[in-house]
Every structure is written in structure tokens, then in C-alpha cells.
Ligand binder design. Structure first.
Ligand code: BGC
Length: 444
């Protein structure tokens, strides 16, 4: 049976600046925390860095041609803050900004709609030296940068995203230290989460003053499902949901924080001033949802500080980064957001999978049956959610290209287009051909 998507459904692909661009210091750009982090030995697998990545900073034009060949209607990318403002605040760098102008113009010329993320984890290092996201001034720094980006591109860009995945920034960057800037603190993490949402709110306010189109926030949401009926596991799943999902959804949509956060962070928790909810709950035009997997959760008192552990589901398929493949959880998540958060307009701003691909493309072909199946099943899951009333308007596959998978370096491949990092040759995988047909038919 064929599944048709609504007319005007937006079909796209997503990337992020540090993961693909390379040339991190070109044209007067400042260092970012990811540049520093990846250049610190032992932080990234194989000591990989984003120095070259997919060399997209120089190959952008042929990459846009590739997007056009795949029939993409939209492209979600992020701006590197330190290309526009090398010191994070103050001095604007026109040469760095020109890259994004070229990119946006090139997209529009090819009939591809730009969706621009302002922050995908690459804070200017100069701002980290001033406390980074721990500094309450970070919200104002971000709003200033956002204003600069709106001034530059709002005449051509109609969809803006403030932050990509504040949970990952607070969890990976400040609680467990596995991502830049590499801190490990249960005191810092909740403060960073709050400052991120304040920064998001300030950027939305700035947009209402200066911008003419639409702006939203991207959250990565992961259903937490208790692995057993034991009350400890049920409570663990609830804690996990509060920590990963409601910590961000609630301040944005419900002017509250989940009560479980006090239990999770203990002495580190500080209830934000009630007055801040007007800012963090500033009305957004759409919610971006990144979905990859669910977490089958058990109670684990030794797992600091949330006391949860994700366990394996025997018989399930797992991706190359160890994530369970569960399309039905995607449908449930979208329906839950619709029911519990006022059915906001939603874009799936990321969804995709890492699977092992042959290291080099043979005969200009890369077969990736598992990724293709993942894509198919998750698109069907989105379709099912729409049929149940979820207001989903578009889908962006993660990712267009194989790229730097953060602390995992180049060892994991999420692209629907294979990248040979020696030659920079791009080869659309079977999944890309499949996706092109989906777009052409506006359905499965
Ligand atoms: C991020 C991407 C990342 C992907 C796969 C998301 O958390 O936004 O940058 O590559 O997941 O891990």
C-alpha cells in the first residue's frame, strides 16, 4: 500500500557546520570549542578533527548540485558563530559571513529552501574563556549574534532555529564531559540548560523585533520506556524522561520544570526564578524534533546522577552507535507531543542511522540496506503520527553526508551520501536513491 504525505510536506536533509565544513579558521574565523576539543589529544576517537571534514567550506557549490540531483526541497545547516564573530561578541567578520550568503544564494538558485540553525554546539572559544554557557551573559551574547545573522540573511531565509539539542550540550558538554567543552559537573549542567533556554528565548525575542519569518527550537526527544514492571524501573523511566525530554519541553511549553530534576541533581539543582518562564516560554513558530531511538530503561543506583541505564532489547536491531531501532516509538513520541504540548507545528529536523558501509565506494555504488530500511520504517512512522493528528510539516534526514560524528570522529557514518575522506568523492548510497524517489512521489 502506498503512503502519501500531505501536499507541501517539506523534504530535506540536515548537516551541521563543524561536522562538514572544514577550514575552521579560514577567512578570519575564530576558534570554536570544538576546534579546541578535537585538538586536545584523546578527546575524539582516533584524534580526528574537523580541520578538513567534508571540505564543504570549499566544495559547497558541488554539494548544492548534489542536493539538487537528489531532489531535496529543503536543506538544514548551521552557522558557525565564530565565522561571523571571531571573538563571539563585538567585531563582525564579513569574510566569514560571505560563506553563508553564498550558500543561501546557491540554495535558492537551485530551488532548495534554507533552514538555518544558529547554534549546533560550536561556541566561539573566546566565549568559553568567559565562562561559556555558564555565564548568565551568554543569553545576551547569543541574542547579539542572532541579530547579526538575521540582518545578514533574513531577507532570504524563512526558517530559523535557535539551538540544536540543548540536552546534548548540557549532558555531553557539562555533565559527563564527553563533548566540548568537556566539563563534568552536576552543578553546572542544570545552570547551562537554563542559560541555553534563556538564550533561546532572547533570540526569539530579537527575531520578533528584527525578523519577518519563522523561528523555532530543536529538541532531541527520546521516549524512555521501563524495561520491567518493577516500581524502581518505572520510576527510573520517569526520571529519564524528566531529565532528557521534559527538562526542555516543559519550560518552553508549560512554564514549569519537572519535579524530578530536584531529585536528580540534588544540591546542584536550583529552581529558576519564576519570572524566567516568560523568556524560556517565548512563543515559537515550530518545534524541531530530532528522533533516533528510545531508551529501554532500568534503575541503576550507581549511574551518577540520574541513576538510569539503557538496556538491550534481545532480538532488536541496533545501529552502529548502539541505538535500538524502534520506529513505533517515533510515532508514539510525535502523538504524545501533539497531545501533551498543544499540538505544535513540528518538523522532524533530524532522523537517521549509522550503519557500517564499505570503506570505499565500489563501481560508484554503496549499498546500505539497513539504513534504507531504517529510513523507510521511520517515514512510515511519521506518516502514522500524522494520521493520528500530529502536526508534522516536514522531514530532514540526518545526514546528507557522512561526517565528523563528534567524539566518535569519522568512525561512524550517518550519511545517505558516502564520503571518501581520502579523495572527498561523494557517492549517493542506495538510501539516497530511495529518498529521492520518496521525494519525487511525496510518499512511500
Ligand atoms: C546531532 C547531530 C549528530 C546526530 C547523530 C544529533 O544528536 O544533532 O549533530 O551527528 O545526532 O549522533
Amino acid at each position: 500500500m502506498s503512503l502519501q504525505f500531505p501536499d507541501g510536506f517539506v523534504w530535506g536533509a540536515a548537516t551541521a557546520a563543524y561536522q562538514i565544513e572544514g577550514s575552521p579558521l579560514a577567512d578570519g574565523a575564530g576558534e570554536s570549542i570544538w576546534h579546541r576539543f578535537s585538538h586536545t589529544p584523546g578527546r575524539v576517537a582516533n584524534n580526528d578533527t574537523g580541520d578538513i571534514a567534508c571540505d564543504h567550506y570549499r566544495r559547497w557549490a558541488s554539494d548544492l548540485d548534489l542536493m539538487a540531483e537528489l531532489g531535496l526541497k529543503a536543506y538544514r545547516f548551521s552557522i558557525s558563530w565564530s565565522r561571523l564573530y571571531p571573538e563571539g561578541t563585538g567585531r563582525f567578520n564579513p569574510a566569514g559571513a560571505a560563506f553563508y550568503e553564498r550558500l543561501v544564494d546557491g540554495l535558492l538558485k537551485r530551488g532548495i529552501e534554507p533552514y538555518v540553525t544558529l547554534y549546533h554546539w560550536d561556541l566561539p572559544a573566546a566565549l568559553d574563556d568567559r565562562g561559556g554557557w555558564l555565564n548568565p551573559d551568554s543569553a545576551a551574547w547569543f541574542a547579539d549574534y542572532a541579530r547579526g545573522a538575521y540582518r545578514l540573511l533574513d531577507d532570504r531565509v524563512k526558517h530559523w532555529v535557535t539551538l540544536n539539542e540543548p540536552w546534548v550540550i548540557a549532558d555531553g558538554g557539562y555533565l559527563h564531559g564527553v563533548l566540548a567543552p568537556g566539563h563534568k559537573s552536576a552543578w553546572e549542567s542544570p545552570r547551562v540548560s537554563h542559560n541555553l533556554l534563556r538564550a533561546h528565548g532572547e533570540a526569539v525575542r530579537a527575531y520578533r523585533a528584527d525578523g519577518r519569518h519563522r523561528i523555532g527550537l530543536v529538541l532531541n526527544l527520546e521516549p524512555k520506556v521501563a524495561a520491567s514492571d518493577a516500581p524502581e524501573d518505572v520510576a527510573a523511566a520517569r526520571r529519564g524522561d524528566a531529565y532528557m525530554n521534559r527538562q526542555y519541553l516543559d519550560p518552553v511549553f508549560k512554564a514549569s520544570h519537572p519535579p524530578e530534576l530536584a531529585e536528580i541533581y540534588g544540591e546542584g539543582w536550583q529552581q529558576p526564578p519564576a519570572g524566567d518562564y516568560a523568556l524560556t516560554g517565548e512563543k515559537i513558530d515550530f518545534l524541531g524534533i530530532n528522533y533516533y531511538s528510545r531508551g529501554l530503561t532500568v534503575n541503576d543506583p550507581s549511574a551518577w546522577p540520574v541513576r538510569i541505564r539503557t538496556v538491550k532489547n534481545p532480538g532488536a536491531t541496533y545501529t552502529d552507535v548502539g541505538w535500538e531501532v524502534v520506529p513505533s516509538a517515533f510515532t508514539e513520541l510525535l502523538v504524545r507531543v501533539a497531545r501533551e504540548y498543544g499540538n505544535p507545528e513540528v518538523y522532524i529536523t533530524e532522523n537517521g542511522s549509522a550503519f557500517y558501509d564499505p570503506p570505499t565506494a565500489r563501481d560508484c555504488r554503496v549499498d546500505d540496506p539497513l539504513r534504507t530500511q531504517y529510513l523507510k520504517d521511520h517515514l512510515a512512522a511519521v506518516h502514522a503520527a500524522i494520521a493520528q493528528g500530529a502536526n508534522v510539516r516536514g522531514y530532514f534526514v540526518w545526514s546528507l553526508l557522512d561526517n565528523l560524528e563528534w567524539a566518535l570522529g569519522y568512525s561512524k557514518r550517518f550519511g545517505i551520501v558516502h564520503v571518501d575522506y581520502q579523495t572527498q568523492v561523494r557517492t549517493p548510497k542506495t538510501s539516497a536513491h530511495y529518498y529521492r524517489d520518496v521525494i519525487r512521489r511525496n510518499g512511500l
